[in-house]
Write a protein that binds this ligand. Structure first.
Ligand code: BES
Ligand code: ZN
Length: 617
């Protein structure tokens, strides 16, 4: 009997051990990457690349200094569509054996390199292909000034591997340097130390001394000029955009100071912004030292600069403390929305930031209705999916409200100290949701029940309340209009001439059910919305144009979808069109013309909405 018990116990212990081994082996396997940094990690990357607009290729080499952490001799690198020529050891110049694994969609092909003893530096000779998804090659006609070609990259989330062989996981950090050769009439800039003017040779050198994850590798090449904003900030843009950009970003230094007094020193030396051509698929991208931005925020009234506060805030949340996997994306974006709003509040006041918060809440509630329940947990599960699927208002806005709930629970003073110490303690490290939560329990409040926020769907009952009289009034105006009030009366009673972009956003989003063409005409007659030069207002108005079938707005709709490629604007408009047969026809017709001008990231999204089958390219 007793022996039998022992035997049973041994079986159980054995099984547990095997399971544990399986789990620990698996634990080293990273989602969305074939890299094994637990064995060998890239410490420093040096890129030596030539930018060729003719062939649309980046060609040259990537030299990697390796940290060999375990007795392993296989190095695994992520690549997607790269052509590899040879791989050399820097120890003795010998060629190393390598092979490319099978291609997996979204992930690409794993490059395995056999390292001999003692090899701790290698050079990969390679070139990217014209279809590289991170890279957009623009003809002169596709730029703002229409004189010179332009190139920019967008590496987040897993597109760095389409232009650099690397360990493309946010769990690994490396320093990097680069030598980039471009046509002499163009300037190159990167997420690194940057030149401020062109030189005759067209060769530029870069250095990023702080370790960063691969998704922050970035390059832009074009007819760029630089102007200073403040002692440590400035703007790059095509010549015709530059002055407008400098005017719009006048508060940038204030934002840096506000951010520093909230959560500690800015750790990246300079903060510059580059305005890209209008096909840039995002509003902004937090490439360290150099935010990449869409020109669609240049509204002429500084009303859309929260985007700069957002990308700047990533210099702490995201770039300093980085989500370990894309399932932890809210650690990047939720923190950043929270931080963005704190910066905005400190410069423009609580009333202003509460308007932003209300728009964020409304967007969140609307999106929760659309998403699958599992996709509304803060902790995502993106296994086997494109990490891009995680870019919803859950990470951003549910993340924001979770942190705001914590702030309101413990008080702002205590919360700010907590966040400041968090950024300091985990600077230049990656962070999982679980690690953050245990730090939170230990250092802020051990009674907080975060399950409802992090591991459950929807918006929990203890979500903060947003108070904005300004937008409540705007809501009343919308209601009165629906009840028949004349727009001219609204204009007088609600002083609509003093409304900012955010008032208009809220007003237009209040019309959940489609308006009639006659109602649209009355609004347009008074407020000239079809002619708005503000991209955020245009977007919201165009949703109503489509919903109502307001014909006078259609030419502008087509123009808006062709003149810029920001996915946040394109996606809802194409989706809305696709809900009726007539709209779908319009969508397909516009898309056929506009698609060649969109970046691959936007193309992929719209292809799906319209069921577009690209012919082989
Ligand atoms: N890092 C994101 C952009 C991103 C996320 C690119 C995931 C690829 C994958 C950036 O900081 C961002 O959030 N941009 C927003 C603007 C912001 C004000 C909400 C955008 O582009 O709309
Ligand atoms: Zn962001």
């Amino acid at each position: 009997m007793i022996l039998n018990k022992w035997a049973k116990l041994r079986v159980v212990v054995g099984a547990v051990l095997v399971l544990w081994m399986m789990v620990s082996v698996e634990a080293q396997e990273l989602p969305h990457s074939c890299a094994r940094p637990d064995q060998i990690a890239i410490e420093h990357l040096h890129l030596d690349l030539k930018v060729d607009f003719e062939s649309q290729k980046l060609s040259g080499s990537a030299t990697m200094k390796l940290d060999r952490r375990k007795a392993a001799d296989m190095l695994y690198l992520d690549t997607n569509g790269l052509k590899i020529f040879k791989i050399q050891s820097q120890l003795n110049g010998k060629e190393l054996k390598w092979s490319l694994g099978e291609y997996k969609s979204n992930l690409g092909s794993c490059l395995s390199v056999e390292l001999a003893d003692g090899v701790d530096e290698i050079t990969v000779y390679y070139e990217s292909q014209p279809g590289a998804e991170a890279v957009q090659w623009l003809t002169p006609e596709q730029t703002t000034d229409k004189k010179h070609p332009f190139l920019f990259t967008q590496s987040q989330a897993i597109l760095a591997r389409t232009w650099v062989p690397c360990q493309d996981t946010p769990a690994v950090r490396m320093t990097y340097s680069a030598k980039i050769q471009v046509p002499p009439e163009l300037l190159a800039v990167m997420s690194a130390s940057n030149p401020q003017k062109k030189n005759k040779t067209g060769v530029y050198e870069f250095e990023m001394k702080q370790p960063i994850p691969a998704y922050l590798l970035a390059l832009a090449v074009g007819d760029l000029k630089f102007l200073k904003l403040g002692p440590r900030s400035g703007v790059y843009a095509e010549p015709s955009v530059l002055k407008k950009a400098v005017w719009e970003l006048a508060d940038t230094e204030k934002m840096i100071s506000a951010a520093e007094s909230l959560y500690g020193a800015y750790r990246w030396d300079r903060y510059d912004v580059i305005f890209l051509p209008s096909s840039f698929p995002f509003g902004g991208m937090e490439n360290p030292r150099l935010t990449f931005a869409t020109p669609t925020i240049l509204a002429g009234d500084r009303s859309l600069v929260a985007l700069i506060a957002h990308e700047l805030a990533h210099s702490w949340s995201g770039n300093l403390v980085t989500n370990a996997t894309w399932d932890d994306f809210w650690l990047n974006e939720g923190f950043t929305v929270y931080f963005e709003q704190r910066i905005m509040e400190s410069i423009y006041g609580r009333e202003y930031s509460e308007m932003l918060a209300r728009l964020s809440l409304d967007g969140l509630l609307a999106e929760i209705k659309e998403l699958e329940a599992r996709d509304t947990w803060l902790k995502l599960d993106l296994r086997g999916r494109n990490p891009d699927d995680g870019m919803t208002s859950i990470a951003y806005d549910k993340g924001y409200f979770f942190l705001r709930m914590l702030e309101e629970k413990v008080g702002r003073k205590k919360f700010d100290l907590f966040l400041k110490s968090y950024f300091k303690k985990f600077a230049f490290q990656s962070m999982t949701t679980e690690r953050f939560l245990s730090y939170l329990k230990e250092n802020l409040d051990n009674k907080i029940d975060f399950n409802a926020w992090v591991y459950s769907p929807g918006l929990p009952a203890d979500a903060p309340v947003v108070e904005t009289k300004a937008l409540d009034r705007v809501g009343q105006a919308a209601q009165l209009f629906l009840e028949g009030a004349a727009p001219s009366v609204l204009a007088a009673d609600f002083k609509t001439d003093q409304w900012t972009t955010h008032h208009w956003n809220h007003f237009l989003r209040s019309f959940k059910n489609d308006l009639s063409p006659a109602q649209m005409k009355r609004l347009d007659g008074q407020f000239k919305l079809t002619q708005s030069g503000n991209s955020e207002i245009t977007h919201d108005w165009m949703i109503l144009v489509i919903g109502s079938g307001y014909q006078a707005g259609m030419p502008r709709l087509e123009e808006f979808l062709t003149e810029q490629g920001r996915r946040k604007f394109l996606q809802p408009l194409y989706e809305k069109m696709a809900t009726t047969p007539e709209g779908l026809e319009r969508a397909n017709r516009i898309y056929a013309k506009a698609r060649p001008g969109y970046h691959a990231v936007s193309r992929q999204t719209i292809d799906q909405i319209l069921n577009y089958q690209p012919t082989k390219n």
